[in-house]
Design a protein around this ligand. Sequence first.
Ligand SMILES: [Mn+2]
Length: 208
Amino acid sequence: MANRIIAITDIHGEIDKLNSLLDKLAIQPDDTIVFMGDYIDRGPDAKGVIDKVIAMGEVCKCVYLKGSHEYAYLKAREGERYYTHLFWTYGGVQTAESYGNFENIYKVHGEFLDNLLPYYMTDDYLFIHAGIRPQVPFNAQDERDFYYIRGEFIYKKHNLPQKIIFGHTDFKEPQVQADKICIDTGCGKYPDAVLTALILPEERFVHS
Ligand SMILES: [Mn+2]
């Protein structure tokens, strides 16, 4: 049987839901976990979430993608006013609190945040935080679409041979289409929302 690839996205500081999900998944050394971004913001323990996903790298192969919230955080740190507004408006207060203050975020996890990948592509799948712009060749994409695109991607077919696994736009249940699967189930946004993992290639969902 093929080794498992496990996709997890949009944890948003919800360390208890992440720990519960990882327990249920019973991660094995030959698994690969693809974390698809939005580790931080809204939920209470962004620092704990990043500590945990880094620690999982000792258990199995882990791939760490950048989400819209990490993108906004990094731009805010560079002083860009628009992203500073986004960061503080959409849950950054909780993130700064979990590290003690804004400056500590980079002191503690700057190396991790600087090294996040924009996407992860295999023969069969493209893992990406938000999606791509359909009809635009992959090598001509605007990187911001990887983190922010919504309806223009979700409700259109794309031309890549890979199935696209993504998050960013939350739904009550995972959204399974022929060419894409969304696994953001609102963790961190709603108190009763679960964190969802997708196990590939079998396409089975596990919830926190
Ligand atoms: Mn998100």
